[in-house]
Design a protein around this ligand. Structure first.
Ligand code: MG
Length: 379
């Protein structure tokens, strides 16, 4: 490429609108078609709206707190397995890889991925179940719903507007996670992709962490056809790997197998269908996800992980302790709101003390939750 065509190209890529018109597929969500923000803001001179959303989420304190929240395994089980933060980063990376190959909007994908688990309470799904039970008379608790409360209300970043004032597309993408069975048009392809990448990611890293922590062996996991297939692939490629190398190679293959399947199936079908806009794709029956054979294999893997890992005696112990602790804390905050942080005491005036107590607990990291418990409630 000569220098004049290079400078021509860099001029064309200088604005988000031009860059997206050159790089994105017609079925992608283009920034220029965004429905905007709840509170109008002038456009940024060099960052597109979804890039700004991504940055706002990245700079939020709720995002930073993900580093102290467990994914499946607790901090007491070591420092090397995934946290909610590293899970989130893996989801973002995998989703961007697929999104780029499909011509979808990477900025939107990244914003959605970084946000998708931001509402998780301490102690993973055990914490969520405990909070849901505690709050049953005030609407229950869902981490997907709470993510919306965080970005629309609880995060205070700007003097002019409450919350992060994200775009409608990011908010609607998160809303679609709250009720995945909702009727009406499907969510944007970027939203579907982040959801599919979430499952791609946890199937792989939960396998990795479970074997590394010794909760199951790779030989036991080879009962599952998908793992057996990955093991077979690795054994045909390499000879004499030690157990650590073997585990890593199998997990690598497990990610690659899922990503390639999704790319081949979705890339091929998107090409055939030729959607001319994001709306046309949303109104069709097309769904981003694995092909039928792989979807069945993933279900088998997930039910194995459920029975043998998530229900492992070690984790059941953590789960029971976490749930008892959260219940005690919730009752304690409701009967003595002065034990809550000042922000949540003020919040109780707006949403009631029960909801404020749920929100206070949900925002905690695992470690902070333990600290508060020890300070106020340990007997
Ligand atoms: Mg997730």
């Amino acid at each position: 490429m000569n220098s004049s065509s290079l400078s021509n190209l860099s001029r064309q890529l200088a604005t988000t609108r031009h860059r997206e018109s050159l790089l994105l597929a017609p079925c992608a969500m283009h920034s220029c078609d965004s429905a905007g923000r709840q509170f109008d803001e002038p456009e940024h001179p060099y960052r597109g709206p979804f890039q700004r959303d991504r940055d706002r989420i990245l700079h939020s304190s709720a995002y930073r707190r993900l580093s102290g929240k467990m994914q499946v395994f607790t901090g007491r089980m070591g420092d090397y397995h995934r946290t909610r933060l590293t899970h989130t980063q893996e989801v973002a990376t995998i989703a961007r890889t697929i999104g780029r190959a499909l011509g979808l909007n990477e900025d939107l994908i990244e914003a959605l991925a970084l946000m998708h688990d931001i509402g998780h309470p301490p102690y993973g799904h055990a914490g969520e179940d405990a909070l849901n039970q505690a709050a049953h008379d005030v609407g229950g608790f869902s981490h997907n719903q709470f993510a919306l409360t965080i970005v629309q209300v609880l995060e205070v970043r700007y003097t002019e507007t409450p919350g992060l004032n994200l775009t409608q597309e990011v908010l609607e993408g998160q809303t679609a996670r709250v009720d995945k069975e909702a009727s009406g048009p499907r969510p944007l392809l970027e939203v579907q992709l982040v959801d599919a990448s979430d499952s791609t990611t946890y199937d792989a890293h939960d396998t990795d962490d479970a074997v590394k922590l010794g909760l199951v062996t790779l030989e036991e996991m080879a009962q599952i056809p998908l793992i057996a297939e990955c093991l077979d692939f690795v054994n045909r490629q390499y000879n004499g790997l030690n157990p650590k190398q073997l585990r890593k190679a199998v997990v690598h293959r497990l990610i690659d197998r899922q990503v390639t399947d999704m790319l081949e199936r979705c890339g091929g079908e998107l090409g055939t269908r030729g959607f001319r806009s994001a709306t046309e794709a949303m109104n069709s029956d097309f769904l981003i996800g694995p092909g039928r054979e792989l979807a069945e294999q993933k279900t088998e893997l997930e039910s194995f992980l459920h029975q043998r890992v998530y229900r492992h005696a070690e984790l059941i112990k953590v789960r029971e302790q976490a749930q008892a602790r959260i219940k005690l804390m919730f009752d304690g905050f409701v009967s003595d709101p002065d034990k809550m942080a000042p922000q949540y005491r003020r919040r109780a005036d707006i949403v009631g003390v029960r909801r404020a107590a749920v929100e206070f607990i949900a925002g905690m990291t695992d470690h902070y939750c333990e600290q508060v418990f020890e300070t106020h409630f340990a007997r």
